[in-house]
Design a protein around this ligand. Structure first.
Ligand SMILES: Cc1cc2nc3c(=O)[nH]c(=O)nc-3n(C[C@H](O)[C@H](O)[C@H](O)COP(=O)(O)O)c2cc1C
Length: 90
């Protein structure tokens, strides 16, 4: 992760937040000063509490506004996601 200053973090909404496996990944890397752009697929709960949970768990990171995409719409959402990501990590 050396030299990385922003990541687009894609994950499914599980029980209203980020899956533990994703947090295990985040726990293993240095997030000091890193911008995290949350991209969350779900089946109706949107981002749930995931953005707040990420902000609380990783205060050294800069967690920006996330994008919610219905899992069933994921395949047709590439253009929307890329446009959002470009702004989110600009
Ligand atoms: C264990 C588990 C918990 C889930 N909890 C939620 C939830 O709280 N809210 C929601 O909208 N979707 C929930 N989902 C649906 C997933 O967010 C959805 O399947 C995923 O975003 C779409 O990715 P997929 O097509 O790879 O499954 C859950 C799915 C699983 C397997």
């Amino acid at each position: 992760m050396a030299g990385v200053d922003a990541i687009v973090l894609g994950y499914p909404n599980w029980w209203g937040t980020v899956p533990m496996a994703v947090k295990t990944f985040l726990d293993a890397i240095d997030l000091d000063g890193v911008t995290i752009a949350p991209l969350c697929t779900n089946e109706g709960s949107g981002l749930g509490g995931s953005v707040g949970d990420l902000r609380r768990s990783y205060p050294a990171a800069n967690v920006v506004e996330g994008l919610s995409v219905r899992g069933t719409d994921a395949k047709s959402s590439t253009r929307k996601a890329v446009a959002w990501a470009k702004k989110a990590i600009a």
